[in-house]
Design a protein around this ligand. Sequence first.
Ligand code: MG
Length: 376
Amino acid sequence: MQASISLIGSTGSIGTQTLDVARKLGLRVTALSAHSSVKLLEQQCREFKPKYACIGEEKYSEFKLAVNDLDIEILCGDEGVNYIAGEDESQTIVNAVLGMKGLIPTITAAKKGKRIAFANKETLVAGGTLVTDAVKEGNAVLLPVDSEHSAIFQCIQGNSAIKKILLTGSGGPFLNKDREFLKTVTPEMAVRHPRWNMGKKISVDSASLMNKGLELIEAVHLFGVAPERVEVVIHPQSIVHSLVEFEDNAIIAQLGMPDMRVCIQYAITYPERMPSPAESLDLFGKELNFHKPDEETFPLLALARRAITKGGNVPAAMNGANEIAVALFLENKIGFLRLFELVIEATEHARFIERPTVEDIIASDTSAREYVLSHI
Ligand code: MG
């Protein structure tokens, strides 16, 4: 078991739940980083007394003043996050950064051979083999925190005779709704998720089914399977967190209450299992249902499948377009159906690069964002 962790993205939903786990297990936290939540990062620093804390450039002076009395080395911006990813105090890093700006620190931590508890799906979608190659090169370990991928990892247990991965999803707040209904959707409606307690960006992705598309790509990279071997299954109760079918047609599933702290903790303590702050699942009286997703009403799932099948820089363009389109939707600047159209158009507009470098990935992300911004 790792006795100390560093945590990047500490004030978001996964970040705060990671600190719940750290509190419960009595882990030492050597580094914390946040984008802009000065107050919460200050509280976290007072409680966990990390050696390093990092904040976005705009909030640097304010944060420095707030923790003036503490003995902490204060870092700043992307460079600071990357420093934390590479420092030698802690062999385990929890990457709970939102969006593909987690790419460079992930590669840094991978090359250092760290254990990476990984909750930053956009980075794997955009970076793809750049990330998995860096993991191999550094002899690092990438352990999934995303609930479905944690479940798949637990089902596989090192067995390579995988026939099919059955990736479950709740269907989000607009399950069984049609296009007419989707025209009327507001940001408030989209961020109200029926099962999971999550940040705004992932809640919108969950409502558009893009989250399942990103997770399909994440599964392809994490488990080295072809895209056609990943099937999305809508399971509204969110009790089965995913399943794996093996060559002999045996299917293994992982079940539990929907609580991210189980997945976060397992990525930190693996291969050990420890008592968890999550509730125990009572199976009696529970019904479990499984349906095919409606890819016509929710076209971003099919787009994600096309993007990973094409490969290269296409998933990076799609992810960049989606990140900015979600931000515009949350600011009430575009409607929900326009979000679908813009992400599809920007992905199809991307100039194809078969073997992108890190620079190509960043450039594809930037041009996809620019495409969306100039077409609202
Ligand atoms: Mg998930």
